[in-house]
Design a protein around this ligand. Structure first.
Ligand code: GUN
Length: 293
C-alpha cells in the first residue's frame, strides 16, 4: 500500500506557482490577485478561507478577504459580486459556501463573471468542462486529477466508482474521469443515496472516489484487493483528543481499507491540500488571461 501524500504534492505545486509569480514580478507583470467573500462565522468556512489566504501569501499572490455578517441581504452580496466583477485589479474571486439560508446560492454563483470564477462553479465553466473545453475546473476535482497524474496512476480502461453526486465534487470528477485525457478514459459509475447495489459496485471498482460526506462510510469489506481509494470526506467529528474539539474525518474507514489498497489518500493530508493549490492554479491562469481574454 502506498500513501498518496497530498501535502507533499501540494508543496511542490506551490513552489512551481511561486516560481512563476517570481518570473512575472521580475518581468514587471501584474501579480495575480484573488479575493474571497466570507459570509458569517461557520467554523469550517473560516478555516478554509484562512488557508486560502495563507496559501496566496506563500506563493506571492495578492489576496483580499471580504467579510460580511450573516445578516447581509442577497442584494448587498450581489452588489459586492458586481463590484469585484468590475474591479480590474481582481483576477479571480470566490464566494465561500455554504451561504446563509436566506441567500440563493445559485443566484450568487451565476452573478460571478465566469472569467473570474476561479472556483469553476459558474454554469459556463461547468458546461465547458463537461465537453472538454478550456475552463476553470473546480478545485477539488482538479486536485484529485493532479494527484492521480503525479502518482502516475493508470486510469485508462479502469472501472472507477464515484460515491456521491454533488455539484462540487461527484458530478465533475465523474465527468473528468471519463474524458479522453490522462488521467481519464475510465469507465465511470456514480453511486448515491438511492443506489441499491452500492457495495457490489464498489467491490468491482479499480478506483473508488468517496465524496459522500458520511464519516467512515467505506468499509474494508466493500473494497477489492489492489484498489486505488481517494477519500474526499472532511467531516468535523467532535473529539476530546484535539485542541480544537473536533477531528477531520474522511469517508473511508482507513484502518480497514488501507491494507487492501494499492494507493490511498489519508484525511487530513490527502485531497484537502490539493484543493487549495488548484484554486491557486486557477487564479494564476486568470491572472495570465490564459483561458479567457
Ligand atoms: N465550500 C466547500 N468547498 C468549497 C469550495 O471549493 N469553494 C467555495 N467557494 N466554497 C466551498
Amino acid at each position: 500500500m502506498q500513501l498518496i501524500d497530498g501535502k507533499a504534492i501540494s508543496d511542490q505545486v506551490k513552489q512551481e506557482i511561486a516560481q512563476e509569480v517570481a518570473a512575472i514580478k521580475a518581468a514587471g507583470g501584474k501579480i495575480p490577485h484573488l479575493a474571497a467573500i466570507l459570509v458569517g462565522h461557520d467554523g469550517g468556512s473560516e478555516t478554509y478561507v484562512a488557508h486560502k489566504v495563507k496559501a496566496c501569501e506563500q506563493v506571492g499572490f495578492n489576496s483580499t478577504l471580504v467579510r460580511f455578517e450573516d445578516t447581509i441581504t442577497e442584494a448587498e452580496l450581489l452588489q459586492k459580486v458586481d463590484e469585484l466583477n468590475n474591479d480590474p485589479d481582481i483576477d479571480g474571486f470566490i464566494v465561500q459556501l455554504p451561504l446563509p439560508k436566506h441567500i440563493n446560492e445559485q443566484k450568487v454563483i451565476e452573478a460571478i463573471d465566469y472569467r473570474k470564477d476561479v472556483d469553476g462553479f459558474h454554469p459556463i465553466n461547468v458546461g465547458r468542462m463537461s465537453i472538454g473545453l478550456p475552463c476553470f475546473v473546480s478545485a477539488t476535482p482538479a486536485g484529485i486529477m493532479e494527484l492521480l497524474k503525479r502518482y502516475n496512476i493508470d486510469t485508462k480502461g479502469k472501472h472507477c466508482v464515484v460515491l456521491g453526486r454533488s455539484n462540487i465534487v461527484g458530478k465533475p470528477v465523474a465527468n473528468l474521469m471519463m474524458q479522453k485525457t490522462n488521467p481519464g478514459n475510465a469507465t465511470v459509475t456514480v453511486c448515491h443515496s438511492y443506489s441499491a447495489d452500492l457495495k457490489e459496485q464498489c467491490l468491482k471498482a479499480d478506483i473508488i472516489i468517496a465524496a459522500l460526506g458520511v464519516p467512515e462510510f467505506l468499509k474494508g469489506e466493500m473494497v477489492k484487493e489492489g484498489a486505488v481509494v481517494i477519500d474526499v470526506g472532511t467531516t468535523r467529528v467532535p473529539s476530546t483528543q484535539t485542541k480544537s474539539g473536533f477531528k477531520l474525518t474522511g469517508d473511508v474507514k482507513f484502518d480497514e481499507v488501507a491494507p487492501k489498497c494499492s494507493y490511498i489518500t489519508p484525511v487530513p493530508g490527502g485531497v484537502g491540500p490539493m484543493t487549495i493549490v488548484s484554486l491557486l492554479k486557477n487564479t494564476l491562469l486568470a491572472g495570465k488571461k490564459e483561458i479567457y481574454k
